[in-house]
Design a protein around this ligand. Structure first.
Ligand code: ADP
Ligand code: MG
Length: 531
């Protein structure tokens, strides 16, 4: 047992003893009940005085002694002894005070433990048994009622001894139970305190702003980070309505994520915040809890990066355009110079002029394509039959590439496929894909065009048996100006990508080099309506 607990119990024992002596014995002494009948009336007063003196000695010793268990045993034995003396003095078998022995047993098991209870019970049994026996054999000068016979004496002893052990057992059991319960309670209490402290520390030290409110949105908890981010002191924030701190929240509800600006004397801050319900154990809402971060710095960085990326992209694009334009210009310049110097034989002149014209045409095409790519017109959505549009496009393709008769075009259409989209832009996409396929099959092959419906999406597939795309080029084919063709502009797929994106669709390419290329376009069937 821990000493402090034992000291506390010993102090309690002392106080109870004083009260008990004063109350019971004092009153008995003062009222002089049967006082004159006792064989040694003076001895009773001496006993009381002795007990008072002992109590004073105990109190003085308590602060000096180290071995409290022995000290406790001494007190308990002395108590039991004093009680037996009192019984002897007040008439032995006829004494009214035998019940006090039960109290000494009880105090032994409460102050110390079950074992001490049994020890004091045994001690009481021996002393009490001896007094009653000696009284019966008239070896002690204590008178008793002459009507009492031997059996009465034996029975009295038996009843008392049984009571001592019963009380020792019961009070020992109860006090050990009490001790265990107290221990558990103390543990739970300290666990709870620790947990509370931990969660308070956690909330306080977390780098995100945290607040809680009641169901009406009045702030209760406001942590350190919250103070730092909002520049509002906790004392001021507490009790205020949430919209005075975050004006962008009109009334409090569950908010997955909100972003807003709060005014601050150090400038505006961009806040990202989320709020959820605070519920008690029964699941009833008792308020709200919010967590927020200061995004100001992050947003600034994001904007800077975006700007840098934009500048880099513009730079790259300008370099590509310059490169694309310089080639035809060089050959144009060469042709014109030769014509001007008049060094060329007559029959070549026409040829040179043809080259010059062709290069001019190419320049024009590059610029037109680029303009279509970089200055897109707004999409105009209407409903039309996609199969018909594809038919038209493929017919045009056939006519423009009529000289390549070794290319066949196979159609595998879903039939009567209505779609809401921009027909002109889609035609541009299909034209670019068809052109690429035909250009990839310079020595003949087959282009298969198929349409399909899947859920709310339309799938259009262009599959050719051409040269395919090299693995290392796969990642670049959608870049503007990426081309592997001498006459190419590298804008076809870039433009197609942009248009399909505008339609909230997807475009993907699978290719086996030297065998085939498959381009898949996926667009929502009712684009216009969802816009
Ligand atoms: P361009 O046709 O002017 O070269 P594109 O953007 O249309 O520009 O295509 C970019 C590149 O992608 C082409 O140069 C080619 O290398 C490759 N490519 C596109 N479609 C196919 C195809 N069907 N088969 C093989 N290669 C293709
Ligand atoms: Mg192309």
């Amino acid at each position: 047992m821990i000493d402090t607990v034992l000291i506390k119990k010993l102090k309690a024992l002392t106080s109870i003893r004083v009260i008990f002596i004063s109350l019971l014995l004092g009153s008995f002494f003062l009222l002089q009940v049967r006082y004159s009948n006792f064989p040694h009336p003076r001895a009773i007063s001496n006993l009381i005085v002795a007990l008072y003196v002992l109590t004073i000695i105990y109190s003085v010793l308590l602060n000096r002694i180290k071995i409290y268990v022995i000290f406790a045993y001494i007190q308990l034995f002395v108590d039991a002894l004093a009680t037996n003396i009192l019984i002897y003095l007040t008439g032995g078998i006829e004494s009214w005070f035998s019940f006090i022995m039960l109290l000494t047993v009880m105090s032994a098991s409460t102050v110390l433990n079950k074992r001490a209870g049994y020890i004091i019970a045994t001690f009481n049994s021996i002393l009490y048994g001896a007094i009653i026996d000696l009284q019966y054999y008239k070896l002690l000068p204590v008178e008793f009622d002459t009507t009492l016979i031997e059996r009465d004496f034996l029975y009295n002893i038996f009843v008392h001894i049984s009571a001592f052990y019963l009380v020792a057992f019961l009070s020992g059991y109860l006090s050990s139970r009490l001790e265990k319960t107290t221990e558990v309670l103390e543990q739970t209490d300290s666990d709870l305190k620790e947990l509370t402290l931990f969660s308070e520390e956690l909330i306080e030290n977390i780098p995100s702003g945290i607040f809680t409110t009641d169901t009406d949105g009045y702030i209760l908890v406001f942590n350190k980070a919250a103070e730092d981010i909002t520049d509002i002191e906790r004392k001021i924030a507490q009790g205020k309505k949430i919209d005075t701190v975050f004006p962008f929240i009109e009334h409090i509800t569950d908010i997955e994520r909100a972003e807003g600006v709060i005014r601050h004397n150090k400038g505006d801050r961009i806040i990202s915040l989320s709020i959820s319900s605070l519920k008690d154990i029964r699941g009833e809402r008792i308020g709200f809890i919010g967590i927020f971060q200061d995004l100001t710095q992050f947003k600034k960085m994001e904007a800077e990066i975006k700007n840098k990326e934009k500048l880099a992209a513009i730079g790259e694009l300008s370099a590509s355009i310059a490169h694309e334009i310089r080639n035809p210009l060089a050959s144009l310049k060469g042709s014109v110079e030769m014509l001007l110097e008049n060094r060329v034989a007559e029959e070549y002149k026409e040829k040179l002029m043809e080259i010059a014209l062709k290069e001019m045409e190419r320049l024009n095409k590059i610029i037109t394509d680029f303009l279509t790519y970089s200055r897109p017109t707004a999409a105009e959505f209407t409903m039309f039959d996609l199969d018909l549009l594809l038919d038209d496009t493929l017919e045009l393709l056939k006519n423009t590439t009529a000289q390549r008769e070794n290319i066949s075009i196979r159609k595998d259409f879903y039939g009567n496929l209505k779609v809401t989209a921009d027909p002109q832009k889609l035609q541009q996409v299909f034209w670019n894909l068809g052109m690429n396929a035909i250009e990839a099959m310079s020595s003949g092959g087959e282009l298969k065009v198929s349409t399909r419906r899947e859920n709310n999406f339309i799938e259009v597939v262009f599959q050719d048996t051409g040269v395919g795309i090299a693995k290392e080029d796969m990642g670049k084919i959608f870049y503007p100006f990426f081309t592997t063709k001498i006459e190419g502009t590298g804008l076809g797929l870039a433009l197609a990508y942009k248009i399909i994106e505008e339609h909230k669709g997807k475009i993907s390419v699978i290719s086996k080099q030297g065998e085939s290329t498959t381009v898949k376009v996926l667009i929502p069937q009712d684009n216009g309506k969802s816009k």
